[in-house]
Design a protein around this ligand. Sequence first.
Ligand code: COA
Length: 254
Amino acid sequence: MRFGDVSYEKKDRVAILTLDDQKKLNALSPGIRQGLKEGFAEVERDADIKAAIVTGAGRAFCAGADITGFNFDPVSVKIFLNDVFQALTIGEHVSKPVIAAVNGLALGGGLELAISCDMIIASEKAKFGVPEINLGLLPGFAIVRLHQIIGRSKSKEMTMTGEPISAEEALRLNLVSKVVPHEKLMDEAMELAGKIASKPAIAIRLAKSSINRMLGGEEIVYACDAMPSLFATEDTQEGIRAFLDKRKPVFKDR
Ligand code: COA
């Protein structure tokens, strides 16, 4: 089955959602956003499904928001960001457990999608980063959630330098629960999902909702409201144009 640009497979009692828009490194394009929404709606609807895995096709898990879809009109920015936010926070909103099986680059919204899931297993080839600062932007969800996982210092370093970390470093920082050989990624994710799927589903849902209750939500609303204002700055417009023109941006602090 396929929803938008996300393929959907049902194996035993586990749904596997694979982001598949490889020419854009699985960035959160309209097709990927639609696929995530419809795919996870199917996960909720299908009573046979006890757990889900989200992964990416090709060399990337997900390269973040679709930069080719950016536009600077304030109303469009707000609508666009809300839609992207809905897609990348989806792991938190699904009532069933979701495992991110990170096969490669997880950048910006890609890292955010992974941390919205309940657990992350990473291939040794995975890389995690929040490069938005290079565009004059910020990662609206990670800015709130990442420091809760890896601590303030490292989270600020990643946010302010935009530099990615390796799977091994992600393991040291407790960002992921396991790093596995690349070719074993899906087997390991299936094994974990299978264990969870064999437990009583009502207790599993309560475990998820109880632990997620303490994550908080107010800061997310603030970040979501504040982020669109960056699109009005000359630096962000320059950062985005420079990426599309494949050149280095020249920031002027305006
Ligand atoms: N949105 C839209 N398209 C994207 C994308 C994104 N976030 N990330 C990559 N792509 C596209 C590239 O534009 C390129 O398309 P093209 O072949 O039509 O030129 C294609 O994916 C391959 O990317 P490319 O940059 O050629 O590969 P690379 O190996 O040299 O670099 C990255 C890979 C991920 C480091 C680089 O693409 C990148 O920095 N992407 C942006 C990541 C980002 O800032 N995410 C947060 C967005 S808010």
